[in-house]
Design a protein around this ligand. Structure first.
Ligand code: NDP
Length: 293
C-alpha cells in the first residue's frame, strides 16, 4: 500500500520539496503560519492538518524541514502520544547530529523510526526535483525512506548511522562558507587591480580554484548585483555552529572553519535574519571599498 506522507515546514526549500512529494504520495501538511499551508493546499490539493499531532495521526511517514533540530524536537514533542509503532520520521532539516541521535532514541522507544536526510542543491535544485540527499540511519529505515526521497532527489547517499547525514551536511556547508569568504576577498583584491570579475572568473573557473561559489553564486548574484534571497545567512551561520561543534568533539583542528564561524556570526549581526548567505560578500566589498563587477 502506498505511504501517506505528512510534511511539516513549508519554508523556502520545504515548499518545493513538499510539492514533489505531493505529486507522488497522498500528502497532509502542517505549517506554523497556517496561511502558508492553506495557500499550498489550494495550489496542490493536499490536506492541511491543524496541529503536528493531527498530522501524525493521519500519515505513515512524516517529513520535517525546519530551521534547526530545536524546532524538529519541538514538533515531534508536540505530536506526543500521536506517534505509533512503525511510523518513520525523515528529517530534511540541516540539523544537529547530537540532537538527532537523542530524538532517534526517544522515537525508537515507541518503535518509530528516524533518518536524518538533509538536502543540498538550493531552492533551484528543489524546484527541479534534483537535490542531493545525505542520509543517516539504520538500513531498514533508510530503505523505507528512499522511494519517498526519490520524489525530490537525483542523488541519495546513505552515509552511515543516525546523525551522519547531518554531520556531512554541516561539513559541506562549512566548505561553502569558506569558499564564499575566500572568493569575496580574492575577487575584491583583483577588482582593485582593475581585473573585471568576468575575466577573473573565466580564469578561475577553468582552473583549480573553482567552486560552486565561483561557477554559480558570484556570477549570478554578485556580478549582476541581483543578490537573490534563497538561503538565509542565519541558517548558514547555524550550519557553521554545528560544524564547529562537530570538529571540536572529534578533536580535529578547526582554525579555518572556526574563523568562518566567527565571520558569519558577525555578518548575521550586521545584516540581520533575512539576509541571504551570499550577502556576506557585501561586507567584504564595504570594507575593501570596491564592488565585484
Ligand atoms: P525558512 O526559514 O525559509 O523556513 C523555515 C520553516 O520552518 C517555515 O515553514 C517556518 O514556518 C518553520 N518554522 C520556523 N520556526 C518554527 C517553529 N518554532 N515551529 C514550527 N515551525 C517553524 O528555511 P528554509 O526552508 O530555507 O530551510 C529549512 C532547512 O533547510 C534549514 O535547516 C536550512 O538550513 C536547510 N536548507 C535550506 C536551503 C535553502 O536553499 N534555503 C538549502 C539546503 C538546506 P513559518 O512559515 O511559520 O515561518
Amino acid at each position: 500500500m502506498a505511504e501517506r506522507v505528512g510534511f511539516i515546514g513549508l519554508g523556502a526549500i520545504g515548499r518545493p520539496i513538499a510539492k514533489h512529494v505531493a505529486g507522488r504520495f497522498e500528502t497532509v501538511v502542517w505549517n506554523r503560519t497556517a496561511a502558508r499551508a492553506l495557500e499550498f493546499a489550494q495550489a496542490t490539493g493536499v490536506r492541511v492538518a491543524d496541529s503536528p499531532g493531527a498530522l501524525v495521526k493521519q500519515v505513515d511517514v512524516v517529513i520535517t524541514c525546519l530551521p534547526t533540530s530545536r524546532e524538529v524536537w519541538g514538533v515531534a514533542d508536540a505530536a506526543g502520544g500521536a506517534w505509533r509503532a512503525g511510523q518513520l520520521l525523515i528529517d530534511a532539516t540541516s540539523g544537529d547530529p547530537f540532537t538527532s541521535r537523542e530524538l532517534a532514541k526517544r522515537l525508537g522507544a515507541s518503535k518509530v523510526g528516524f533518518v536524518d536526510a538533509p538536502v543540498s542543491g538550493g531552492v533551484a535544485g528543489a524546484e527541479a526535483g534534483k537535490l542531493t540527499v545525505m542520509v543517516g540511519g539504520d538500513e531498514t529505515w533508510v530503505a523505507r525512506a528512499r522511494p519517498i526521497i526519490e520524489a525530490y532527489a537525483v542523488k541519495i547517499v546513505h552515509v552511515g548511522a543516525v546523525g551522519t547525514g547531518h554531520a556531512t551536511k554541516a561539513v559541506n556547508n562549512a566548505l561553502l562558507a569558506v569558499n564564499l569568504l575566500a572568493a569575496g576577498e580574492g575577487l575584491a583584491a583583483l577588482a582593485k587591480m582593475g581585473v573585471p570579475a568576468a575575466r577573473a572568473l573565466e580564469v578561475i573557473n577553468a582552473s583549480s580554484g573553482r567552486s560552486n561559489v565561483t561557477e554559480n553564486l558570484v556570477p549570478q548574484r554578485v556580478v549582476t548585483r541581483a543578490w537573490a534571497r534563497t538561503f538565509r545567512l542565519a541558517l548558514l551561520n547555524k550550519d557553521l555552529d554545528i560544524a564547529a561543534d562537530l570538529l571540536r568533539d572529534a578533536e580535529v583542528p578547526h582554525e579555518t572553519i572556526g574563523l568562518a564561524w566567527r565571520l558569519f556570526a558577525e555578518g548575521r549581526k550586521a545584516l540581520g535574519e533575512e539576509a541571504d548567505h551570499v550577502e556576506i560578500i557585501k561586507l567584504i566589498e564595504k570594507q575593501a571599498g570596491v564592488e565585484i563587477r
